[in-house]
Design a protein around this ligand. Structure first.
Ligand SMILES: [Zn+2]
Length: 185
């Protein structure tokens, strides 16, 4: 229970307003578990004995389903839907969580549409890169008997060689810097 209190204290959520008032500013981001903790507090309030040996007449806290439903409706996008539904009492009516469920479905549908657009864009980008790769890979490089290295001026022959993007061919050994062509230095 202490961890729950810490969660709630950290983000400044107050139990009186359904968690609607969240402190803004440079504080830490609201952890996704805080609204679940708030739901737990509403649905299964802690026992008064957890306050310690305080000699006060306190009424036993009652579950507040309406406040919990308000948290669901206001913060559906920040809650794990499955965990939130599992916290609700077994006799909760569907009509009581209709607004919450509709919001969740609408949000998921929107996310699905966004992901489909993103998928199409990534597919187009993938095809463009493939095309570029094929273009670069189809460059032919013919080493003739007369072909000489542009660094040491000796024949390339059967030695390993390197080709710069501008077509300059040098011995692999003479290629000291892959990013700078020796003829352009
Ligand atoms: Zn060379």
């Amino acid at each position: 229970m202490d961890a729950v209190k810490e969660d709630i204290k950290m983000v400044g959520v107050t139990a009186e307003d359904g968690g609607n008032r969240v402190r803004r500013g440079r504080g830490p981001a609201v952890p996704s578990t805080v609204y679940l903790s708030l739901l737990r507090m509403y649905l299964s309030p802690p026992d008064v004995h957890c306050l310690g040996p305080i000699k006060m007449e306190l009424t036993e806290p009652q579950a507040n389903l309406q406040a919990a439903l308000q948290v669901l409706e206001l913060h559906h996008s920040k809650l794990n839907t499955t965990k939130a539904i599992n916290l609700l009492p077994a006799n909760t009516q569907i009509r009581e969580i209709r607004v919450f469920l509709e919001s969740v479905l609408e949000e998921k549908a929107q996310m699905k549409r966004c992901n489909q657009v993103l998928k199409s864009l990534l597919q187009a980008e993938f095809l463009r890169v493939q095309e570029e790769r094929i273009f670069h890979q189809q460059v032919k490089c013919v080493i003739t008997e007369e072909k000489t290295c542009r660094v040491c001026k000796k024949k390339i022959g059967n030695s390993a060689f390197a080709r710069y993007p501008n077509g300059v061919v040098v011995h692999y050994f003479c290629c000291k810097d892959r990013s700078v062509c020796p003829t352009e230095q």
